[in-house]
Design a binder for this molecule. Structure first.
Ligand code: 6R9
Length: 544
């Protein structure tokens, strides 16, 4: 837990050995797929996919190696290569896995996007990334293509005419010889005061992703693993794709939407042994009742874990009733690149706690024993982010003067060493596990001709954890009525997509500001929820 730095360095160096390619470096696609093929395990199932309509497909490790090799060859043919950013905007279909691994194979940077994003969040992210290409479907791209794009740029439509033939004609390309520090992944995470930030990870991150899948989730070769995370979320990339394959497990993937009956049927039919999901999904299953799980044979299930938002104690105990085992919490962030704190299999679950640092990780709370303070981690570790793309200032601000990585979360430590999540130290919103930056939503609301000012907060919600709510001050003479509220929600959904758009709009005469002009979102939230207002010493006179 408090391993000295040289011990941690030695630990991670040893962990890297089996994932290192014959050229002496590491490539995520090689570590996840090709090394198994090279070791004669190519015929093992890598992906078991169920389509929206119930169709199924199984891809072996060899199939995945070949499909990603052809995709890498296609990229190469387009002149897209090492260091170029290739975004993906895809439903959960086998081609998504081939495209992500193919981009990594070709030495490109894989940048997943949420299919639920509207044109504006897509434009911002593709531009910030300087993306060279996006892999998507005709339907998604027709609906969402932003008006302005980087140049040069290719939209690769996986259902476009001649796509299959074009790929079939190509010789699968081998993995490019990358090293641990060559950039591999770009995930966008939200900022409170500015545009989204692009967190970069090198190929070496796979070392911690592999180790944590084993140690925090208890995954072993041959396990059937289902991670329900959206492919546009960091959890979808790391534990929905890379880490379980690196371990040699079989991924279960479902293209369909959340549906309790469908989910239990899938757990039973695929004989899922380790399941990784979110508190929101668990709370939605709780609503559907205990009859459903009791009607299914879930005896293959060995471990259930959760991530992304606070796991309430009721959800933990409900897991015991539904699955015969408690739900284990895990904590991490886009920036950390892998699970940092967890209650691993075999450890008793204490409801309301996150658990302990995983092997090779040192964590602390910047506070007196037992008090709440910022949760910090001691660099380096292999999946530590390399920084935010083109944003030196925010990258640097993530570290204390003596070099600890600051999570931006508040935590507390129990006497037995377990960490407890207390809250966020900033204004970020977590809705259904997804981080939403208020600034991005406010910016789009401000485009509307009726809006003078906007402030966006997370309102506590029994299922989603929080939902996005906007406070809007209108321009002089404009009347805030239901029709305008509906128009604002429609505008936000059109521009932002359903993932980011506010659920509710509240009109206010004016919004509270600090003396330096910043909107005090926290104060709005406190007032809205009837909580103590805290320190309002910086509040501008008359601000309501
Ligand atoms: C993987 C992921 C990170 C933020 C993080 C924290 C919240 C994550 C949590 C949790 C309470 C947990 N968070 N796990 N809060 N309990 N077990 O979620 O990455 O989207 O970057 O969000 O999510 O606030 O700082 P990301």
């Amino acid at each position: 837990m408090t391993a000295a730095a040289p011990d941690r360095a030695a630990y991670w160096a040893a962990e890297a050995v089996p994932l290192t390619g014959p050229w002496g470096g590491v490539n995520m696609a090689w570590a996840a797929v090709d090394r198994h093929v090279a070791a004669g395990r190519g015929d093992r199932p890598a992906l078991r996919w169920t389509g929206r309509d119930g169709a199924t497909a199984t891809l072996s490790y060899a199939d995945l190696s070949e499909a990603s090799g052809r995709f890498a060859a296609l990229l190469r043919g387009l002149g897209v290569g090492k260091g170029n950013v290739v975004a993906s905007l895809l439903p959960r279909r086998p081609v998504l896995y081939a495209a992500a691994l193919g981009a990594l194979r070709a030495g490109c940077v894989h940048a997943p996007l949420f299919a639920a994003f509207g044109p504006e969040p897509l434009r911002l992210r593709l531009t910030l990334a300087g993306a060279r290409a996006v892999v998507t479907t005709s339907a998604l791209w027709a609906r969402k293509a932003p008006a302005s794009l980087p140049d040069p740029f290719d939209a690769l439509l996986v259902d476009g005419e001649g796509w299959e033939d074009r790929l079939a004609a190509l010789e699968p390309a081998p993995c490019v010889s990358t090293g641990p520090d060559d950039p591999a992944l770009l995930h966008f995470t939200s900022g409170t005061t500015g545009a989204p930030k692009g967190a970069l990870h090198g190929h070496g991150a796979i070392v911690a992703q592999h180790a944590t899948a084993r140690d925090a989730l208890g995954l072993r070769a041959g396990d059937v693993f289902w991670c329900t995370a959206d492919p546009g979320w960091v959890t979808g990339t790391v534990y929905g794709l890379l880490a379980p394959l690196a371990v040699g497990a079989t991924l279960v993937a479902d293209e369909g939407d959340f549906d309790p009956a469908r989910w239990y049927a899938l757990l039973e039919r695929e004989r899922v042994s380790v399941w990784y999901t979110t508190p929101t999904a668990i709370r939605m299953l709780m609503r559907a009742g205990l009859d459903l799980p009791r009607r299914h044979d879930l005896s293959a299930l060995r471990h259930v874990a959760s991530v992304g938002e606070p796991l309430n104690a009721e959800a933990v105990t409900w897991g015991e009733a539904a699955f015969g085992r408690p739900i284990h919490d895990t904590w991490w962030q886009t920036e950390t690149g892998a699970i940092m704190l967890a209650t691993p299999p075999g450890q008793p679950v204490v409801p309301g706690t996150l658990g302990f640092p995983v092997p090779g990780i040192e964590a602390d709370v910047l506070a007196q024993a037992g008090e709440a303070g910022e949760l910090v981690l001691r660099p380096p570790w292999p999946s530590m982010f390399q920084g935010y793309l083109h944003d030196e200032a925010h990258s640097r601000a993530c570290f204390t003067d003596d070099g600890w990585y600051r999570s931006g979360d508040l935590a507390r430590r129990d006497p037995d060493g377990r960490f407890r999540f207390v809250g966020r130290a900033d204004d970020m919103i977590k809705t259904s596990g997804h981080l939403v930056g208020p600034f991005e939503v406010e910016s789009v609301l401000l485009e509307h001709p009726a809006v003078a000012e906007a402030a966006v907060i997370g309102r506590p919600d029994p299922v989603a954890g929080e939902v996005v709510e906007a406070f809007v001050a209108l321009k002089a003479g404009v009347v805030g009525d239901d029709a305008l509220a509906r128009d604002l929600v429609a505008h936000a959904r059109r521009r932002l997509g359903p993932a980011l758009a506010p659920r509710a709009i509240a009109f206010a005469d004016s919004l509270p500001h600090t003396r330096s002009g910043k909107i005090l979102r926290r104060l709005l939230k406190a007032r809205e929820l009837g909580l103590p207002e805290g320190d309002t010493s910086t509040l501008q006179d008359g601000g309501r």
